[in-house]
Design a protein around this ligand. Structure first.
Ligand SMILES: [Fe+2]
Length: 298
């Protein structure tokens, strides 16, 4: 089956126009996976899967992760995470991440084996607000000056979940905004470091099938670069951020109910606008360990 598609922006994003997620045969699935290999972000609109259908669809890409910072699992199924600002009648949040702005990041880079496939189902999404921006680190890699490409190709970074100070000049300039990973005390830092010790990742990833390369770093988790002293590492991280977070590499998504976005954290950064907390917003998501036979995996 050849899908009808629509590009969402020049550098990333493809909408698949005629696909019902709850009914995808094997050859259609392979075609869909091939499109995701080419494009770091796919959008399906007007979807209405049951939880089982949504989980079954996610599992076709790889094993589903059950733990992620900031999100809350459904009480029925720990593979399904709820992202919401809503609360139960006795005041308990039903989902994670509230209504605040979420600054540029890539999910799970602080883990040794991150589940890099995010599949996000917007069930009730207030239009025109709480938009999610995605930035292609594949487009950014391609546009890098050769000098920087050669430099990052062989580098590894050290990433951490919790840090005492904001990392990168971008995060320092946004200190007044939500700083979700700030650590209050040395004791808290020790607990975090024990649970998620610092990890090392290659800074340039390559998909072995398509040859597509992408930068892999996160402005709030990538702390230093192996083999460089701290200040030189920060300078390089800042330079990469400047070369990456550019309007022409960004697609901003205004959610509608029934939207499903598949995004690859190995090739994208993302951020979310804040929204008025009186507006109900509710989404379900899965995080998938992507199959390295098809996708670049950190
Ligand atoms: Fe995220």
């Amino acid at each position: 089956m050849i899908f009808h598609t629509r590009t969402l922006s020049d550098n990333l994003g493809l909408e698949i126009l005629d696909l019902d997620l709850s009914n995808i045969d094997e050859s259609s699935f392979e075609r869909l996976r091939a499109l995701w290999q080419q494009n770091p972000l796919l959008l399906l609109r007007r979807q209405n899967p049951t939880d089982e259908e949504f989980l079954g669809f996610s599992r076709r890409f790889g094993e589903i992760d059950v733990v992620i910072g900031g999100s809350r699992p459904s009480t029925q199924n720990p593979e399904l995470l709820y992202v919401s600002n809503l609360s139960t009648s006795d005041g308990k949040p039903i989902g994670g991440l509230g209504n605040s702005e979420l600054v540029w990041h890539t999910d799970q880079i602080y883990r040794e084996n991150p589940a890099t496939g995010s599949i996000f189902y917007g069930v009730e999404m207030p239009p025109g607000t709480g938009k999610t921006s995605f930035c292609s680190t594949a487009a950014a890699y391609d546009a890098l000056p050769t000098r920087l490409k050669n430099r990052v190709d062989d580098l590894k970074s050290i990433c951490r979940y919790g840090t005492k100070k904001p990392l990168s000049s971008l995060m320092r300039s946004q200190i007044d905004k939500t700083w979700r990973r700030s650590v209050k005390s040395q004791e808290e830092l020790k607990v975090i470091e024990k649970r998620t010790p610092p990890v090392s990742h290659r800074m340039a990833l390559e998909n072995q099938i398509t040859g597509q390369k992408s930068l892999y770093f996160s402005p709030n988790h990538t702390e230093t670069i192996e083999g460089l002293d701290h200040d030189l590492g920060q300078e390089l991280i800042d330079e990469l951020i400047e070369n990456t977070i550019r309007d022409d590499f960004i697609y901003i998504h205004d959610w509608r109910n029934g939207d499903i976005i598949l995004w690859d954290n190995a090739r994208l950064l993302h951020r979310r606008d804040s929204f008025d907390n009186t507006l109900p917003r509710f989404a379900k998501r899965t995080s998938v360990f992507m199959n390295p036979n098809y996708f670049a995996v950190p």
